[in-house]
Design a binder for this molecule. Structure first.
Ligand code: MG
Length: 313
């Protein structure tokens, strides 16, 4: 039975390199905010609402944790087996749906607008994770994980390869920006948006985090390369802090691997946060963007760190 650390410093926060020490707060411990779910994913912070929204994919629901009260209430159920979430430049919720095989935007009145559900007349597979660039373009991965069975979506055959897409904010046009990931998953931009990082969950023999250079006009990728070889670990979703470090949901059902791995911009592991469950995805939140929210299997955890998220969501 996992218990929060009752004494500081919390041994769950581990420096693998001295350079990590400036990011840890010795008087902060990992907190379990809520538990009792099946597979938590897609945490996104709403600073204006002071709440965290996330997906519980197999339960076909999204939840909302309120920072003021600590209460968790349903946000959307059914959620069409929603997975990754983000916010656009206008603060609207952007959601990947396995069940709907689409990416949606939640309007201010609560209605849903479908942003993408097909490419060249063929259905998307099961959009997994999404980020929004400062120019308003929406970038998402489309692996087939969510149509592989009936647990996290609806079993179906793939109609398209597993690609990475960019949705143009002005025209709504969809374009393929990367076709060399076997199973594209989590993604995020470097703080200056010159590099896009993408997890390849089906690379062999190990999962990879690939890096791509973003073109000057911000609409294309080049120079695909291996940034991090995950070894026996399973990366899923990730976010950059303002120093360019990658904070990655991590695990493989092994207590030496479950939690969060932190890599510096050169791709070297500098720290980890041990959790009792595999972590799928994370985001920074709180007024100072210095609280890490971790969606980890059946629970959501939080930890204050001495780092700040590079973006608002
Ligand atoms: Mg994912």
């Amino acid at each position: 039975m996992w218990m929060p650390a009752s004494r500081y410093p919390d041994p769950a926060i581990q420096a693998l390199d001295d350079s990590f020490n400036k990011y840890r707060i010795t008087l902060a411990a990992v907190e379990r905010l809520s538990t009792g779910y099946r597979w938590c994913e897609g945490p996104v912070w709403f600073g204006d609402q002071r709440c965290l929204i996330w997906s519980d994919i197999p339960n076909n629901q999204m939840l909302r944790w309120d920072e003021q009260s600590g209460q968790v209430t349903p946000f959307r159920k059914p959620s069409n087996y929603a997975n990754g979430n983000s916010r656009d430049r206008q603060g609207r919720l952007i959601t990947c749906e396995h069940g709907g095989r689409r990416v949606t935007r939640t309007e201010y009145d609560g209605s849903l607008t479908v942003l993408a559900d097909s490419y060249q007349g063929k259905r998307l597979n099961s959009p997994n994770d999404v980020v929004v660039k400062s120019d308003g373009s929406i970038w998402f991965s489309d692996p087939a994980f969510g149509i592989a069975g009936n647990y996290e979506g609806h079993k179906a055959a793939a109609e398209l390869p597993q690609w990475l897409y960019r949705l143009d904010p002005a025209s709504g046009a969809l374009s393929v920006v990367a076709d060399d990931c076997v199973g594209p998953n989590g993604l995020c931009f470097s703080p200056d948006e010159s590099v896009l990082y993408v997890v390849d969950s089906r690379a062999t023999p190990n999962r990879l985090i690939r890096a791509y250079d973003v073109s000057a006009n911000g609409s294309a990728l080049s120079n695909s390369r291996v940034h991090i070889d995950c070894g026996p670990g399973a990366a899923d979703g990730m976010r950059c802090d303002s120093d360019g470090n990658l904070w990655c949901g991590w695990g493989m059902g092994n207590d030496h691997l479950d939690g969060v791995m932190v890599f510096n911009p050169d791709g070297h592991a500098i720290g980890r946060i041990a959790l009792p469950e595999r972590c799928a995805n994370l985001c920074f939140g709180g007024v100072a963007r210095n609280r890490l929210f971790m969606a980890a299997s059946q629970s959501v955890y939080a930890l204050y760190v001495n780092a700040q998220g590079a973006t608002l969501s």
